[in-house]
Ligand binder design. Sequence first.
Ligand code: RTP
Length: 155
Amino acid sequence: LVASMEEVEQTYIMIKPDGVQRGLVGEIISRFEKKGFKLTGLKLFQCPKELAEEHYKDLQSKPFFPKLIDYITSGPVVCMGWEGVGVVASARKLIGATNPLNAEPGTIRGDLAVQTGRNVVHGSDSPDNGKHEIGLWFKEGELCAWTAIQEPWLV
Ligand code: RTP
């Protein structure tokens, strides 16, 4: 029943400025909490241009890159670290396809978004990137390692 340390992954989830502006922060956090993942970091943050460019550097050559940087820096984002077995792929499933019109109903983008350029949330695409992005967006001391005190069915 207890997962080994190797199975436990970290992912970086970010509510983009449109999610904050539209009042979807609670709704989006709830979906990861209800699934059963563990929150390890959480902050509201105005992202500087340099950090947005670093985070999305793999997309540097894309024609939409400047618009993407403007979007991500247009207002505060909510930065989150989530931990759990299989959390990276599972979070991507909960988030849904990049283009919200292709995202299944029941997913965050499928339920809450319409445009690729306003797709409300980001999720790391591999366990290595999960660790890397958490390191990029959080300072030491901002993350919290904690253990649930009791299994809920024993309460
Ligand atoms: P994310 O990194 O935000 O979780 O998104 P993703 O993996 O689903 O998609 P990716 O291809 O890595 O693109 C990153 C973000 O760039 C914006 N985008 N705009 N054609 C476009 O205008 C376009 N394509 C991508 C989206 O905000 C996408 O989430």
